[in-house]
Design a protein around this ligand. Sequence first.
Ligand code: ADP
Ligand code: MG
Length: 338
Amino acid sequence: MLQLDDVSVRYGTEVALDRVGLHLPDGQVLAVLGPSGCGKSTLLRAVAGLEPLTTGSLSFDGADLRRVPTHRRGFALMFQDGQLFASKSVAQNIGYPLRLRRRAKAATTARVEELLDLVGLGGYGARRPETLSGGERQRVALARALAVEPRLLLLDEPLSALDAALRERLALDLRRIITASGTTTLMVTHDHEEAFAIADRMALMRDGRVVQEGEPAQVWANPVDAETALFLGYDRVLEGVAARTVLGAAGLAGEGPVALRRSALEVAADGPLEAVVRSSRAAPEVVRLVVEIPSVGEIAAVATTSEVAPGPGLKVRLRVVGDRLAVIGKNATAGLVP
Ligand code: ADP
Ligand code: MG
């Protein structure tokens, strides 16, 4: 179990990590999610022992890590770009950490085969990295990181270099592989979908601080503030009378602020809200609208394509889809569906 208390890292006067506390139980996957520059890589480097702590404490299974050098920590670190050896085969890349530790040849070969199967690349051992797709290369890098059975796997934006479609698929593969190997994992990323796909728990970071921590569904349903909600992919945050209008239409009491996904308002003949369509645009599964609602203003809405797409100027009625909004703040009640 990894434990960080009050960990700060400064570069000169710049505070990269500001009193960070984190707790990662054995076998779990914790994703630290935050925008570029918020201190994610610094956090991983500090845990790996590549960056000295300015203050705070860091322990694994109760043992203080601060004087344990990187190579003695038993952790593995994997980066965005995999960093494979171009001149070595896939099998040589995966077996490299084992050869470094002078494991017997037969044991190394067997372990490499096992890892190739684990990451779904059975039969790829003789290939060179340049003959692989980006996703395959990242799976090789993951196999290499897992080769010596690290007690903690550290992943720095492992999927960020891949294109969107591949990223989504590999995120699920990554979760399956990590879970199958039972490896305790700390991942950092700026991509909320990646974090949601992979993690058991999430910590949101901003300006070197952890601003929220919890299970992904719980974080999603109850962002701690507006900035967090927008970072998590909510489209708008409403306050005051606009928030009350939407919450009321959803059958919810409360003052807001309330965060809405782009699809939180949906055209429905018996919906409680009246609106005028300002613009409409067909998307693959829905028609995306901008509508004007009295006391809310202009806001995104959707119509399902089975209906006739309402054009500009048309009056429509809207319903609020309860699980596509989140009431913001500490005391908010989360995930209410009327
Ligand atoms: P992230 O990985 O979230 O993008 P980083 O941990 O790389 O963020 O950086 C956090 C902050 O610390 C940034 O403001 C960055 O400019 C600064 N920083 C990172 N590494 C160094 C360094 N070696 N020297 C000075 N400043 C650094
Ligand atoms: Mg980084």
